[in-house]
Design a protein around this ligand. Structure first.
Ligand code: G3P
Length: 217
């Protein structure tokens, strides 16, 4: 499973990148706002730091302007994936930008039918939002399962990029189903290493080791 980091905070990306945990990065207008950075500048910095895809989102609502924005974002670096919303304008922009050879991430997906349209439009990635479905008492994980089934039925190569991941359980559920990629905030990725038995076991080993009086170095 590929791990993308869902943030525009350079330091947090760098920290996880140094741990070998970053296969790509996703950003959106809200994350750019939170970072307080200029979208073109911060996207360039991120794309230079990581070798995998870096999603940068268009903000226009009509296809022609989305395409123009997408071309500008894609020109930042070879590893930019242009992120477009799952609207007919976004699907048109996806089709055009894909035909031009750009990676496209279709975002704000909340149904398997939407995901089917994105695959037909040639999307590199489809981003179903798990947490936001859970927020309204719908089943985000079931959506990932449905999209996996639909894509596998027809051999679509669009990668399922599970997004709006809020918990470590979301990550595991997506991995069980076979989502190609998950994107999560740094704090969720970091929390995956936590286990109380690891902490307790390490404390016991350290305590016993101290009693031996030995040193390795
Ligand atoms: O990148 C989009 C997505 O991951 C947003 O997550 O938590 O704002 O629903 P969230």
């Amino acid at each position: 499973m590929k791990f993308f980091v869902d943030t525009a905070e350079i330091d947090e990306i760098a920290e996880l990148n140094d741990l070998g945990m970053v296969d790509g990065v996703t950003t959106n207008p809200s994350l750019i706002m939170k970072s307080g950075r200029d979208i073109l500048e911060v996207t360039k910095e991120i794309a230079a730091m990581v070798s995998g895809p870096v999603s940068a989102e268009v903000v226009a609502l009509d296809a022609d302007t989305m395409i123009a924005e997408g071309r500008k974002l894609a020109a930042i670096a070879d590893n930019i994936a242009v992120k477009v919303p799952l609207t007919w304008a976004g699907l048109k922009a996806c089709n055009t930008l894909t035909n031009e050879g750009h990676m496209v991430n279709v975002t704000l997906c909340f149904s398997a039918n939407q995901a089917l349209l994105a695959a037909k439009a040639g999307a590199t990635f489809i981003s179903p939002f798990i947490g936001r479905l859970d927020d309204i008492n719908l089943d985000g994980i079931e959506l990932i399962e449905d999209i996996r089934t639909v894509y596998d039925n027809y051999g679509y190569e669009t990668q399922i990029l599970a997004a709006s991941i809020r918990t470590v359980n979301h990550v595991l559920d997506c991995a069980r189903i076979g989502a190609d990629v998950m994107t999560a905030p740094p704090k969720v990725i970091k929390a995956m290493a936590n286990h109380v038995l690891t902490d307790n076991g390490l404390a016991a080993f350290m305590s016993d080791w101290e009693k031996t009086g030995q040193k390795i170095l």
